[in-house]
Design a protein around this ligand. Structure first.
Ligand code: GLY
Length: 438
């Protein structure tokens, strides 16, 4: 079977590794933005170009005789890449454009939750001018709001009072920036608690959950520094998280299911792909931060590293609409993923330097990201360089493994030493206990 993956980062490297482990006989193809050497060695054919150019990608796929497509990032989904492939008769994992709005339009996502009375919706209002913005900020209270641009802004579309916005003047300034980009403003109440990611496979009819994961957005140890694409993440042996109650997990899954149902009612199309709820556990229950229409990065690395099922069979079940829990088995192990990123990342990253991975002892769970193959050397491009996933019987043993391996990558890089450590996990548990007791 000829399978195409669109995208060439660590998430896609994890997808390729999972496909490559399948007992099915496959030929793998990549349409990416750069030559990721980790992916390159697993593929029959590899093409670089604009991964949002639907016509070009579909035409290359036809040339290659592709029979199944997996779309990695959100940008091609926003452009209708899945629609283009289904129109060409090629089954595709990744929702069509109208359904992908659950990620690409925050306004759509919040309005859908409101219309279908889905739990976990924070207070919010939309604005297309600055009129009444200040009133709503004052209503929510000082330091108690989050301001979001409606559409995709490459991770720069959300600012949180207290973290990024320190006065009404700064808040109004950010609102004006959003309007200048011709986007709607969403203002929401700020939620206090612990965030977590809950991804599910979807076959158009049902959702099957994956292990829960906690990502770490801030660049430096102790959750300090600027926001990033995600510096690392962990999952636990029971596929839950140490700071969540069983009821929290049930609530989050019920919200994912309700949104999945509402999407198919509203859009009249089956949702085939990944539905990824980004949640926060608070004093008063589970709330939705946002939804994504794809695998998380780094979360995909955690879950795909412990996927026991045949990933090709799982993908076929998704596109054929006959997915069952039997298709989706993960080993009962903990994972800790750590990203190595260039010095200066994310604001002023070093670029175009050589990275040496030869001292990484167990390369099975090394995932290359923002790198390019130039002659016979691997050159870092400036975003997250590579990730390593430690797997063990406890989070702490997995952390030690990940820490050892990520430290052995040579180049002007840094990583967070604290992700998955006993101290940081205990802080998460203590934090939840404190806020639940309030
Ligand atoms: N882990 C965050 C994201 O994939 O959007």
């Amino acid at each position: 079977m000829n399978i195409l993956v669109i995208g060439s980062g660590a998430r896609e490297h994890a997808l390729f590794k999972a496909l490559h482990r399948s007992p099915h006989k496959t030929s793998l193809f990549c349409y990416g933005t750069a030559i990721n050497p980790g992916i390159h060695q697993l593929t029959n054919q590899y093409c670089t170009g604009d991964i949002t150019d639907c016509a070009a990608v579909v035409s290359m796929a036809k040339l290659w005789g592709i029979e199944l497509v997996i779309i990695g990032p959100e940008a091609p989904l926003e452009k209708g890449m899945a629609d283009a492939f289904w129109q060409a008769g090629i089954p595709t994992i990744g929702p069509k454009k109208i359904l992908a709005q659950i990620e690409t339009s925050k306004e759509f996502a919040r309005d859908l939750m409101q219309k279908h009375r889905i739990a976990g919706l924070p207070r919010y209002k939309k604005f297309t001018t600055l009129n009444h913005v200040e009133d709503f900020l004052n209503e929510l209270g000082e330091g108690n709001y989050v301001i979001k641009a409606n559409g995709l802004m490459g991770g720069k579309g959300v600012k949180v009072a207290g973290d990024h916005l320190h006065s009404i003047t700064e808040a109004l300034g950010f609102c004006q920036e959003i309007l200048d980009k011709k986007q709607t403003i969403l203002i929401e109440e700020k939620l206090i608690g612990q965030e977590f990611s809950f991804m599910c496979f979807a076959d158009g009819k049902k959702l099957v959950p994956m292990p829960l994961v906690q990502d770490h957005k801030r660049a430096y140890n102790g959750d300090k520094g600027p926001n990033t694409g995600g510096m690392g993440s962990y999952s636990d042996t029971d596929h839950r998280l140490p700071f969540l109650t069983p009821n929290d997990v049930d609530e989050a899954l019920a919200i994912n299911k309700a949104v999945f149902q509402a999407l198919s009612t509203e859009c009249g199309e089956p949702y085939i792909g990944i539905l990824y709820g980004s949640f926060i556990a608070t004093k008063s229950g589970i709330y939705v931060i946002e939804f994504n229409a794809r695998f998380g990065d780094p979360e995909a690395l955690n879950v795909l590293s412990i996927l026991e099922s045949d990933f090709v069979a799982l993908c076929q079940a998704m596109v054929n609409g006959n997915l069952t829990e039997e298709n989706v088995k993960f080993s009962k192990q903990a994972t800790v993923c750590k990203y190595a990123v260039p010095e200066g990342y994310p604001d002023a990253p070093q670029k175009n330097f050589i990275v040496d991975f030869s001292r990484v002892a167990h390369q099975d769970h090394l995932y290359l990201s923002s790198v390019n193959q130039v002659d016979d050397q691997i050159v870092a491009e400036g975003s997250r360089t590579a990730a390593y996933v430690g797997i063990a019987d406890t989070i702490f043993a997995a952390e030690q493994h990940a820490e050892h391996e990520i430290s052995s990558i040579e180049g002007p890089l840094f990583h967070r030493q604290d992700i998955g450590t006993q101290q940081l996990i205990q802080q998460r548990i203590d934090h939840m206990q404190r806020i639940r007791a309030l």
